[in-house]
Structures are given as C-alpha cells and as structure tokens.
Design a protein around this ligand. Structure first.
Ligand code: PBG
Length: 328
C-alpha cells in the first residue's frame, strides 16, 4: 500500500508513545475529598464506597500525613454529623467549637503547607437534607435563595478564620460567589480562594456521597437548584456569573458524564477548570472491578485522563491516594 501518512508510526514503541503523549495526569492535579466524623479512633467504611472511610480527627490526621508523604498536597473535607446536631438552619455549620471547624484548624496547624478546601453548603448540617433553607407552605416546599446566602456567608467566614485555603460553595444557589467574595474581602480574607461549583447537575451519581454523610434530602429533590443534565448552554451562563463574581476556579460536577461541559468551560474561560470525579463514578469502577468485570486500576487512570483531556486542570477524586501510590 502506498500510504504517505501512517499514524501508527507514532505508536510503535513505548518511547515514541510517551514522546507524542498530549496530556498527563499528575498527583499535583488532584484533590482528595475526605470525610470526618466525631469520636476517637473511629474509621468506618462507607458501604457504597469501598476503600473510602469516615474518620475521626485523630485518624484523619494520620491519613493526611500518609498522603502528604506520598506527595499529595490538596484535600477537601466534608463532615458527617449525628442527626441530633442537624437543624433547619444548619447552625452547626458555623459553630466555631464544632467538629468541622476544629478539624480545619487542626489540619492547617499540623500541615500548614497543604491546600485545604472546605465546603460551604447546608446539606451536611441540615435536618431537611437540602443545600438551602426550606420553607414549607400550602403550595409545597421552596428552597430559599437569598436567605441561604446569609448562612453560607457565616460558614465561609468561619472556615476562612479556621484556616481554609479554598472555599467550595457546593449548593448551586444564585449569587453565592459574589456574596462570599465580598464578605471574605471585607473581613480581611482577600487571600482565600473560591472554587465555584459552577455547573453542578442534578445527578443520580451522588448517591454514595449522601450515604457517607447521611445527607439525602428528607423530601423532594434538588432540581430547583442543581442543573438539568440535558443542558449545556446554561452552564455558560453559570460560568459567566461565577467568573464575574470573582471565582478562582470553575468546577464541573459530576465529571465523567459531563466531559463536554468541562471542554466547553475550558474553551471559554481562562481560569483553571476543575472536575469533580464524584462518589458514584468511583463506586461504579470499584463495583465492576471487584466483580472481575474490568481492570479497576486501568479504568481509574483512563477516566481521570479523560477529564484532563477534556480540559480539567484540577480533579477532585476519591482515587487520589491510589494514583499517588502508583507513582511511588
Ligand atoms: C451537596 C454536595 C454533593 C456532593 C458534595 N456536596 C451532592 C449532593 O448531595 O447533592 C457530591 C459529591 C460526590 O458525590 O462525591 N452540597
């Protein structure tokens, strides 16, 4: 055959393949989400997320130490609260003596060099299991927007005071990036970053995370605030707002079913794009691998690389430590 162009030449050996490889996955791209729970010596596995644990602060600090020794630098913390600590107003979310804020301070005290991301949303603390304040009336339930912002502001400020490096408002309320930015700036925290949950979709893949936090909505669903999976142009509206409101990163969540959205935002905005490789995406790979149906390690690396290829600079993933271990 008289073929002038033979693309296989660039695939003929490992050395050549490495030479022409367009994207890379590095441990420094990754943020590990972790779950904290009250108590001491507690390490309880999330049933729907094999290999992921809720840890008490003492064991969490040990785990972070191991991760740091593997070269990991960024962590995102979520609290699992007992039902008795939850209320309609998510009050515990800004209690300076509460588990979450104490943990943030302690982590930053022990590991000042790590980038610690914190979560500003009501759901872990809400007795309604919603991300916003719920108003019940004869016509049904309503998730209030502007009233929620005040609560988010208190949480974000308390987290900044405790030492958070990056605040992640994860609730999809309108105007929250601007509200939190202005508040942080006026209180002397202009250096604290905001990673906007820009395009967060109403997804079936959040199930295992809600198991981890016992945070599933007690009624209704999240469709009046999280986005419709059918939409992509709407993600540009959200991104433009978050960008103009001062967001330092724009996040897409989930990641795997939304690679087109990652690319869309990366093509249109010049701030780093983050992808949240969420709980259900993790659990699917773990489940199929434990059945022997797929090679879990290769599948993990392939999906994480797909996110990089789509344009994510940063990936939040429960696989972060496994990737770091492979790189040893
Ligand atoms: C809500 C929140 C969610 C996740 C983190 N914060 C989704 C939800 O429960 O609606 C999901 C993360 C994951 O699934 O890994 N503030």
């Amino acid at each position: 055959m008289d073929l002038l162009r033979r693309p296989r030449r660039n695939r003929k050996s490992a050395a050549i393949r490495d030479l022409v490889q367009e994207n890379t996955l590095s441990v420094s791209d990754l943020i590990l989400p972790m779950f904290i729970v009250e108590g001491e010596g507690v390490k309880s596995e999330v049933a729907s997320m094999p290999g992921v644990y809720r840890r008490s602060l003492d064991l969490l600090l040990e785990e972070i130490k191991e991760c740091v020794d593997l070269g990991m630098k960024a962590f995102d913390l979520f609290p699992n609260l007992p039902e008795a600590k939850k209320d309609k107003y998510a009050t515990e979310g800004h209690n300076p003596d509460g588990l979450y804020l104490r943990a943030i301070a302690e982590i930053k005290n022990k590991f000042p060099e790590v980038a610690l991301m914190t979560d500003a949303a009501m759901d872990p603390y809400s007795s309604d299991g919603h991300d916003g304040l719920v108003r019940e009336s004869a016509s049904g339930i309503e998730i209030l927007n502007d009233e929620t912002l005040e609560i988010l502001g208190k949480m974000a400020l308390a987290q900044a005071r405790a030492g958070a490096d990056i605040i992640g408002p994860s609730d999809m309320m309108d105007g929250r990036v601007a509200y939190i930015r202005e508040l942080l700036d006026s209180e002397g925290f202009a250096h604290v970053s905001i990673m906007a949950y820009t395009a967060k979709y109403a997804s079936a893949f959040y199930g295992p995370f809600r198991d981890a936090l016992d945070s599933a909505p007690r009624f209704g669903d999240k469709k009046t605030y999280q986005m419709n999976p059918a939409n992509s142009r709407e993600a540009l509206v959200e991104a433009e707002l978050d960008y103009l409101e001062g967001a330092d990163f724009l996040m897409v969540k989930p990641a795997l079913a939304y690679l087109d959205i990652i690319k869309l935002l990366n093509d249109n905005f010049n701030v780093p794009i983050a992808a949240y490789n969420i709980s259900g995406e993790y659990s699917m790979i773990k489940a199929a691998a434990s059945n022997g149906w797929i090679d879990g390690e290769r599948a993990m690396l392939e999906v994480l690389m797909s996110m990089k290829r789509a344009g994510a600079k940063v990936i939040l993933t429960y696989f972060a430590k496994e990737v770091a271990l492979l790189n040893q």
